[in-house]
Design a protein around this ligand. Structure first.
Ligand SMILES: *[C@@H]1O[C@H](CO)[C@@H](O)[C@H](O)[C@H]1NC(C)=O
Ligand SMILES: *[C@@H]1O[C@H](CO)[C@@H](O)[C@H](O)[C@H]1NC(C)=O
Ligand SMILES: *[C@@H]1O[C@H](CO)[C@@H](O)[C@H](O)[C@H]1NC(C)=O
Ligand SMILES: *[C@@H]1O[C@H](CO)[C@@H](O)[C@H](O)[C@H]1NC(C)=O
Ligand SMILES: *[C@@H]1O[C@H](CO)[C@@H](O)[C@H](O)[C@H]1NC(C)=O
Length: 373
């Protein structure tokens, strides 16, 4: 067992990281292969394909990032293994998030992670209205990630697309938060800083930050938070000790002989907030983000449009910040993989019908241009 995983690791290192130049602490850079539905490396621009099953997220900037959402209309908890990448730009062969979907963002760069918090109407990304969502990470029930073959890169550390080993995404119908862990030291491993076993705690607890941003799109630097669930207890001779919170969880284990045993993990007293909210600085903000792609080319099922020249900016007005609902409850179970996968495969068949709509809208666009001249 150990021997075979060592071999796998060695093979993967040579195949994946052609362009690495910086050195990273152990556990930060992903050393495995890409998910089978992903391009070999992050790529932009790519052809629009709203039936894509690609699962490669890039987290680069306030207007160049991706999140996972269902391939067809569904609850997150029913589709964790088959979520697909949705990106603000046409990249990574992934689906494109239509302009107007996201209503506010906070993009934070810290010494240990990149973190993006967002509000929006994620029913436009196939999440059922009112769905309380779930937590996605590269571990999952099979160890191949939720979704299976889901991968994450960021270029914020050194300008190169670095494959990141540890990340976590909470997403529901109107909020998401994602963190990719880009650093580690002997106190904080990447695995602890992107701890993936607090799926019922919600964004504000797991990824503390400013949540009062709906209506604005801000990019900030920020101090490093304590790892999720860590509470400092004492500092002696410059060394801090911590207590950690483990989410309460009960389950039933079925033994090889068919007998069942109940078990309990975690603490029954659930803390209500993280120990601190790290302060942020050097913020800049815009009133919106935009890829400038006509919404008609981003209808569910459309594929094959050439990627347009990407634009940015726009003139949406900032709305008042409002309260937020915590994301992520009830997602410990992974739904049924095989039937979900079958339903997922069915989705692409609508493509032909939608192609006609695109052509019609392109033609009327041309007519409009002709009339203006
Ligand atoms: C892709 O995701 C899989 C599953 O989590 C992981 O084993 C692998 O290391 C990742 N590869 C890259 C290049 O990120
Ligand atoms: C769109 O994605 C689907 C699923 O990954 C793939 O089968 C199809 O070939 C892609 N279409 C185009 C035009 O790339
Ligand atoms: C989504 O989850 C809710 C709450 O668990 C459930 O009532 C609803 O039927 C689910 N919808 C779909 C489409 O699965
Ligand atoms: C690791 O980094 C954190 C955050 O910057 C810092 O508080 C801690 O002291 C560092 N640990 C070591 C051993 O340097
Ligand atoms: C964010 O703002 C939009 C637009 O004002 C609003 O529709 C939405 O409900 C807000 N979301 C949250 C979580 O408050």
């Amino acid at each position: 067992m150990l021997f075979s995983s060592l071999l796998l690791g060695a093979a993967a290192v040579t195949s994946v990281r052609a362009q690495q130049s910086s050195s990273f602490p152990a556990g930060v850079i992903a050393t495995g292969t890409q998910g089978v539905t992903n391009p070999p490396v992050p790529t932009a621009p790519t052809t629009i394909n709203q039936t894509s099953m690609a699962r490669l997220l890039s987290l680069n900037s306030i207007d160049d990032f991706c999140i996972f959402a269902p391939p067809y209309q569904a609850n997150i908890s029913d589709t964790e293994q088959i979520e697909v990448a949705w990106c603000t730009q046409p990249r990574n062969n992934a689906r494109v998030i239509p302009d107007g979907t996201i209503t506010g963002l906070s993009f934070l760069k810290t010494d240990f992670y990149v973190q993006i918090l967002g509000y929006g109407d994620f029913t436009k990304l196939n999440i059922v209205d009112g769905d309380e969502g779930g937590e996605l990470d590269p571990h999952g029930a099979t160890g191949s990630g939720n979704p299976i073959g889901g991968n994450v890169t960021t270029n914020i550390v050194d300008g190169l697309d670095e494959p990141i080993a540890e990340w976590m995404l909470y997403v529901d119908y109107n909020q998401f938060c994602i963190r990719a862990c880009t650093n580690a030291n002997s106190t904080y491993s990447a695995a602890f800083m992107c701890w993936h076993e607090l799926d019922e705690m919600g964004c504000e607890f797991v990824m503390p930050g400013n949540y009062d941003f709906n209506g604005t799109f801000e990019t900030c630097e920020a101090d490093v938070a304590y790892p999720p669930g860590w509470y400092p207890t004492a500092t002696v001779d410059g060394t801090t000790s911590f207590s950690t919170f483990a989410q309460f969880f009960t389950g039933v284990y079925t033994g090889g002989d068919g007998s069942t045993t109940s078990y309990t993990v975690g603490t029954t007293v659930t803390p209500s907030t993280a120990f601190t909210t790290p302060s942020s600085s050097a913020c800049s903000s815009t009133s919106t983000i935009s890829n400038g792609i006509a919404l008609a080319s981003l209808i569910s099922g459309v594929s094959g449009s050439a990627p347009p020249v990407t634009g940015s900016g726009g003139s949406a007005t900032g709305g008042a910040a409002t309260g937020s609902s915590p994301t992520g409850s009830g997602a410990q179970s992974t739904g049924s993989g095989s039937s979900a996968a079958l339903r997922g495969a069915h989705v692409g068949s609508g493509g032909g019908g939608y192609a006609t709509i695109v052509i019609v809208s392109l033609v009327s666009g041309l007519t409009a241009i002709a009339m203006l001249h």
